[in-house]
Write a protein that binds this ligand. Sequence first.
Ligand SMILES: Nc1ncnc2c1ncn2[C@@H]1O[C@H](COP(=O)(O)OP(=O)(O)OP(=O)(O)O)[C@@H](O)[C@H]1O
Ligand code: SF4
Ligand SMILES: [Mg+2]
Length: 341
Amino acid sequence: MTETLLSVRDLRVSYKVGASRIDAVDGASFDVPRGTIVGLVGESGCGKTTIAKALTRVIADNASITGGQMMFEGRDLVSLSERQMNALRWREIAFIPQSAMNSLDPVYTVESQLNEVLRRRGGLGRREARKRCEELFELVGIDKGRLSDYPHQFSGGMRQRVAIALALALNPKLVIADEPVTALDVIVQRQILDQLRELQAALGISVIIVTHDISVVAYICDRTVVMYAGKVAEAGSMQATLTEPSHPYTMGLRNAFPDLQGAASGTLTPIEGAPPNLAFPPPGCRFAPRCPFVLETCRQVNPPLETVGPNHVAACHRAGEAVELRTQAARVDTWSGKVLA
Ligand SMILES: Nc1ncnc2c1ncn2[C@@H]1O[C@H](COP(=O)(O)OP(=O)(O)OP(=O)(O)O)[C@@H](O)[C@H]1O
Ligand code: SF4
Ligand SMILES: [Mg+2]
């Protein structure tokens, strides 16, 4: 059985906004096995970036981790001191932020930005750092002659590769990539994802890919964590969660995105409505206002995350009827705003 590198349990992260509190991550639990790619997927605002940032403990000033554990190789990242955490960033856990390709500093060459990590964080000397820069560019498929270029001299896809090179600079065990291919065209998306997969396999690292696009998960991930409104709706192997989903939200997401492989996909069916305002989440199941299979009990009782198969969990009162619900979910009219139950 694959060893677990990271185990997140009942993680809670809140933002304070004026007098109110937004529970952006409200009891999330999932595992990242060693040497795998895990996709953290869900619509905008469901808490993906908040989790990603919590894992590196680089959170906004108005954010706080209010509960739970993030066990990384026997250490709970929630309770490490800032100094311990700092020693671990880049060296063990590297984070590629959302819009990383636009966040490279425009006034420095990419080599000096790589050097910042290699020399200041990694303690490498000038020669070693130069050698490592060249290795890193080779790893991500960019000519080393371009190390002295400025970010604006690269295409969007190349800037994303530079961001990946930065993340890999100090040989981390876990790379967290927040929306690594959003804003790139489909061909470049595939190239970047293929490269991430090759690097992950060659280096034996684990990767968390944060994305709103379930087709990215289907294309590259080994495991899926589906988030909805601050909670994990479903998690498990890619095969189990995407081929045989047990949660209506996963079933809906699957219908809503085109296939990244370019295979002929049927009609895309959006999930009507929008996620709830996390300052005032609905009682019971948070997906209830949009779920075509909602029952009265769903509106009152929050469904716990329960085992529905080997290494497969889902939080739905009707998970036991998943086979029947999947058949109904495949029909376009199921999602037309008409509640079936
Ligand atoms: N600094 C902040 N202050 C207040 N609320 C915030 C802050 N950052 C995020 N939020 C709120 O927390 C929730 C989760 O945001 P988060 O950025 O984690 O979502 P996301 O899933 O990454 O979305 P996206 O796909 O748009 O990147 C949202 O309701 C968002 O408005
Ligand atoms: S618990 Fe009820 S409302 Fe929530 S996803 Fe399951 S069937 Fe739908
Ligand atoms: Mg985000």
